[in-house]
Design a protein around this ligand. Sequence first.
Ligand code: SF4
Ligand code: SF4
Ligand code: FES
Length: 253
Amino acid sequence: MPGTVETIKDTKLVEGKAVEGVLGAGKKLVTIYVMGKWYQVPAGLTITKALEYLGYRLVRGVGCRAGFCGACTTLWVKKNDYKLYSGLACQTMVEDGMYLVQIPFVPAEKRIYNIEELEPNGSVVLALYPEVTRCIGCNACTKVCPQEIQVMDTIQEIIRGNIAKAARMAFDCISCGSCSLRCPAEIKHFYVFQLVRRLYGKYIAPKAKHLEKRVKEIEERKYDGALDRLIRAGPDKWRELAEKAQKDEEVET
Ligand code: SF4
Ligand code: SF4
Ligand code: FES
């Protein structure tokens, strides 16, 4: 029956039809609603796994499956709860009575700029994304961020012109768009944060000299021979080298 947690024999119910021999006896089921239809799925699955268990083929709304890419933003409500929840489907367990909807992407216009022509200051960001100044300080963005970013405070740092601080605060943003879905000021935080991180990386962060040196060596084709030898070495050698690298041991190719 929809809306209840049941323990049943080796059967799953999909849209009211019993399918025998798929669950394992005694498995606990929860009822979830997907795009308005009810289904029963084993407890303990993530939302992503539950959708696939039900036969949905995810061509949008899934990527890394590890909480990093931000592709699987999902909204839901729960039984007897007025609150609208949001989160990452690959990181959230199904709960009985969840009423789910997948968000394939959050629509937003990306402003076009050439980072080479910009200066690293707050005015540049506000010129490209003037809606940032419309922030009313409601903090709705911070409350929904699955990365626990202080989203509102980051927006305030940008308004104050503290680009470096904002870039560091927004470092973990995975562009899931949950904050933007809630924002009454219509700010598309993920694009704003991307811009401040780019400005920080290009103009403010200390340069990694060793990295510049290595990039120059690669451009001068210093490692072509080593790369060829590595490609020819095959999987056993790759595995051996990977294990050494994980132990921080010297790796020769
Ligand atoms: S800041 Fe916004 S877009 Fe970035 S991870 Fe948090 S909720 Fe998602
Ligand atoms: S949701 Fe929008 S308006 Fe509210 S604090 Fe966050 S950025 Fe500001
Ligand atoms: S699939 Fe990448 S964060 Fe969920």
